[in-house]
Design a protein. Structure first.
Length: 154
């Protein structure tokens, strides 16, 4: 059984050693067709505020349920034009382009206020995205694909 953060709760998430999952749909404001596109957790106005106990860091992973289907589709068409690397293996911390980005993480505790993109997974359903430098980070979601963000304190 996995714990999923409810969309109607506060946008502040207490991260513990027990993994929590944030569903893309929990970010009520990422529907680009909505007139209220800036309302809801995970938006620019109201990001998910992730906070672990003092002395812990936050491990953030992507569970991308469309990764396997994309990989199968690419094998069928023999096209590699949509194959991308995740932000964890990208030196710039950015996606190939915006249509491959699910969101981004801001680590304000880092020396240079690090901004890391959450990109579509290449083929693995679960991909490590980022380990915070301290016990707090902000999470912004920009699309409602079929994915979860897994957060846990370490």
């Amino acid at each position: 059984m996995i714990a999923v953060v409810e969309p109607d709760r506060s946008c502040a998430v207490s991260v513990t050693s027990s993994p929590l999952h944030i569903a893309a749909a929990a970010a009520a404001g990422v529907d680009s067709l909505s007139t209220q596109s800036n309302i809801g957790c995970g938006t620019k106005i109201q990001p998910w505020m992730l906070e672990a106990p003092a002395g812990q860091r936050i491990n953030i992973s992507l569970l991308d349920f469309t990764a396997a289907a994309r990989l199968a589709s690419q094998h069928l068409t023999r096209s590699t034009s949509h194959v991308i690397t995740s932000s964890s293996s990208s030196s710039s911390g950015s996606c190939v382009d915006e249509k491959h980005q699910y969101g981004y993480i801001i680590d304000k505790s880092s020396v240079n206020k690090k901004n890391v993109s959450v990109c579509q997974a290449r083929s693995n359903r679960q991909t490590h995205v980022y380990m915070s430098t301290a016990n707090a980070a902000q999470l912004f979601l920009t699309t409602k694909e079929n994915y979860l963000i897994k957060v846990e304190g370490l």
